[in-house]
Design a protein around this ligand. Structure first.
Ligand code: ZN
Length: 385
């Protein structure tokens, strides 16, 4: 039994449960089981909190921190041009926020604040502020954000009511009290100030359901409810600009916001949540069987991102892994869980199977475009049975 973090409703039993290890968003393994609960009252899905959550984000969570130029790849255009995630995020944010001249903009849970940096580069009139729960990022802020516009661990009381807008990218999925989190930002905005929140959309990226530190999996229904509970009127929920994510824009209300619940939206969210849980249960059981078939034999995993890492967490001890294959040049030549990451064309001649670690909604189309992976003697193993 657990309580829904959005509506407070009781959820009797998990819809998905898997034994340890659990995989985090930064591709580390935690020695905890995975348990996903789906709330049938508001359409929210959630996992147990990870142990010692403060320390994990303070010193354990150094996303994209190692090299200045490192960024996650959002997409590769047909001509080979790479679109980086924070460039794309900054463009969406600029368009959605549509800020007035000389606006004050707070990046809440900023990490290195790359998105804010790129917004300010395009709009030098904007006054940037940052907040995070770690001091790891100060060196990335210094030089372009005034020292008194930087806050760590706690937001100064003087910031209450100061901001024209606040944005928080891919943070709320990590927090144990999402309503308190939204209320905390409400307090910092001016009346009618704008909030931009981005987060994974599990319905479009089902792998998100099993990410250990993504303890909230919002649906449109639960996101609307959470924003209302936090004192915001929703203007836009954009599900298309960043496939696999929600970008929500909401306006600070000065009076309590009525929580209108759309029963159809809730029902859709619940059905989709349960469907994704069923998918992972079936996939885990199927992978176990396939790992048995290839026990001690040479196999490769396609994808060094979340899905490939998840496959590794399930079969890594059973098979002889030759390599992870990945198209991302930033990952090639790296070592992942003790195994090399190589270009897909460099797959070992003697690999007998290739486990496909890609978003199941896109995997077959992506692999279909790679003729060198379709050859005799190489079995392709998909996530779905
Ligand atoms: Zn709920």
């Amino acid at each position: 039994m657990t309580a829904c973090r959005v509506c407070g409703g009781k959820i009797a039993a998990p819809a998905y449960e898997a034994p340890a290890p659990a995989l985090t968003s930064i591709m580390t393994l935690l020695d905890i089981p995975t348990r996903v609960y789906v709330c049938d009252r508001c359409g929210h899905a959630q996992c147990d909190e990870i142990p010692d959550i403060e320390t994990f984000y303070d010193i354990g969570y150094r996303i994209s921190l190692n090299s200045e130029g490192h960024d996650q790849i959002f997409a590769v255009k047909p001509d080979g041009t790479v679109i980086y995630r924070t460039d794309h995020q900054a463009e969406i944010a600029r368009n959605l926020l549509d800020l007035p001249q000389a606006a004050t903009l707070l990046d809440y849970g900023a990490a290195k604040a790359d998105t804010l940096h790129k917004i300010v580069a395009a709009r030098p009139d904007i006054e940037p502020y940052v907040f995070d729960v770690s001091t790891d990022y100060a060196s990335a802020w210094n030089g372009w954000i005034a020292p008194n516009a930087q806050a760590t661990y706690e937001v100064p009381a003087a910031w209450d009511g100061r901001f024209d807008a606040a944005m928080s990218h891919f943070v709320i999925e990590h927090v144990a009290d999402p309503i308190g989190f939204i209320r905390g930002i409400h307090k910092l905005l001016k009346p009618r100030g704008t909030l931009l929140l981005s987060m994974p959309d599990v319905s479009a990226n089902p792998g998100d359901m099993t990410v250990a530190d993504h303890i909230n999996h919002f649906s449109e229904a639960s996101l609307r409810r959470a924003l209302a509970a936090g004192g915001f009127e929703v203007s836009v929920i954009d599900t298309t600009s960043f496939p696999g994510a929600f970008f929500a824009v909401a306006v600070r209300s000065e009076t309590p916001v009525k929580q209108e619940q759309d029963a159809t939206l809730v029902q859709q969210a619940v059905e989709r949540g349960l469907e994704i849980c069923d998918f992972w249960r079936a996939s885990a059981a199927y992978l176990e069987k396939r790992a048995d078939t290839f026990r001690g034999r040479k196999v490769a995993i396609y994808g060094a991102g979340f899905y490939g890492s998840w496959i590794f967490s399930r079969i890594g001890n059973d098979v002889e892994l030759t390599a992870f294959l990945d198209q991302n040049p930033n990952l090639q030549n790296a070592v992942h869980f003790g195994h090399p990451v190589i270009a897909p064309t460099a797959i070992a001649e003697d690999a007998e199977a290739l486990f496909i670690g890609l978003n199941p909604l896109k995997a077959r189309a992506a692999i279909g475009n790679m003729p060198h992976l379709h050859k005799s003697g190489l079995q392709l193993v998909w996530l779905e049975a």
